[in-house]
Design a protein around this ligand. Sequence first.
Ligand SMILES: CC(=O)N[C@H]1[C@@H](OP(=O)(O)OP(=O)(O)OC[C@H]2O[C@@H](n3ccc(=O)[nH]c3=O)[C@H](O)[C@@H]2O)O[C@H](CO)[C@@H](O)[C@@H]1O
Ligand SMILES: C=C(OP(=O)(O)O)C(=O)O
Length: 431
Amino acid sequence: MGQEVRYRVRGGRPLSGTAFIQGAKNAVLPMIGAALLAAKGRTVLRNVPVIEDVYRALELADHVGAKVEFHEAERTVVIDASRLNDPERAVLPAEIAARFRGSVLFVPALMHRTGRARIEGVGGCNLGSRNLDFHYRGFARLGAEVTEDPERNHINVEASNLRGGRLYLDTPSHTGTENLLMAAVLAPGTTVIEHAALEPEVIDVINFLSAMGAKISGGGTGLITVEGVEELTAVEHTIMSDRIDAGVFAMTVAATGGEVSLVGAHLDHLGVARWKLEQMGVGFSQEGAVLHVQRDPSVPLRPINAVTSPFPGFATDLQSPLMALATLADGESYIHEAIYDGRFALADELNKMGAKIEVEGTRAIVHGPTNLRGAEVIAHDLRTGAALVLAGLVAEGETIVAPGYLVDRGHTQFATRLAALGADVERLGDS
Ligand SMILES: CC(=O)N[C@H]1[C@@H](OP(=O)(O)OP(=O)(O)OC[C@H]2O[C@@H](n3ccc(=O)[nH]c3=O)[C@H](O)[C@@H]2O)O[C@H](CO)[C@@H](O)[C@@H]1O
Ligand SMILES: C=C(OP(=O)(O)O)C(=O)O
């Protein structure tokens, strides 16, 4: 057994140079699920991020009967789902599925290709309660029978006769919208999805499904209409760039000071996060597909108020790095986490580094500015891990962030890309 992966960070260096923003985790995972809808041909996905969640998704695809190749150096995945038709294999086993949230995105393809699905566990970041009721209720409205086996903690879905229907989401769930779309595209008749998510990744998934032959209108408006088609074709698609990866890099430059070009990052994808960072004192300029980010380290960062909300609101996945950044700002920052009820595990870890953060329920007050000091800290989830690396880069002394697996779930070659900008950070461990 190898040593646990962890990140060792030493603070104090400003960043400069060029960073390459990876393909979007939250777009590639649904697309791997969507590729399984094609009964013929080979799907080619480009700009795929080399992250643990993609490995898990490909393991699942293989497990249910697809042939997958990951050409990592080329950032390309090739999927042949022509043999995915065995109902006995339509199982998402806990040992893979419980390690990432995106596993739930395999259910529509299993429903369409095998008539059933059994979900033995769905993972993802531990952020408080994370239900899947919108997904299951939507599948049921399209004609699936969804039952729970509470003893084994399994969900069984029987779906031999899906048809279009009128669907809604209580809140505009990101994967919920993608899952209902994938369930609807091959269901005969018309499906309407009300209160759909507007995230750029959802639009990228709609573009991908449309290229496959799906008939979808209204993407990006909140009201989506789908006309079911008989079959979908395997196509080639380039994954959009990862706006959360871009946001983490922008906030890291904001923390250390310096000037960095983010290749592939788009200001439009940052939504409200862009305006909050500008208010704090970060400068942005977009030049084609390159976003320049700069922050003068001699001018103190200003404190901020932020509330997380679905796109184009302040992304909840950027709330953790924002909290780390706010510890450096000159005054009190207020953060309201309105998407998840348990996404403040970072506060205690930052407090170990000398920060002064008070948490009450889903609200936090960050009393800045703090001279952070290095410590051994815990990555409770993916973005907590990234935020602690950010904090380590401005802390005095050495910071160890573990478990590194959680950072590796969503950021490709995180240490290597930061080190290329001059940061003193290493990924240690060998698994
Ligand atoms: C793989 C992926 O794309 N993950 C992203 C996706 O997660 P995910 O799609 O899981 O997030 P949702 O948008 O579905 O969840 C938002 C909120 O709705 C609640 N909810 C959701 C579904 C449901 O059936 N019932 C329910 O109550 C959740 O508990 C949560 O409080 O969007 C989140 C919000 O932008 C991001 O943090 C995640 O990075
Ligand atoms: C919460 C996240 O991911 P997941 O939904 O996969 O747990 C995230 O990307 O920060």
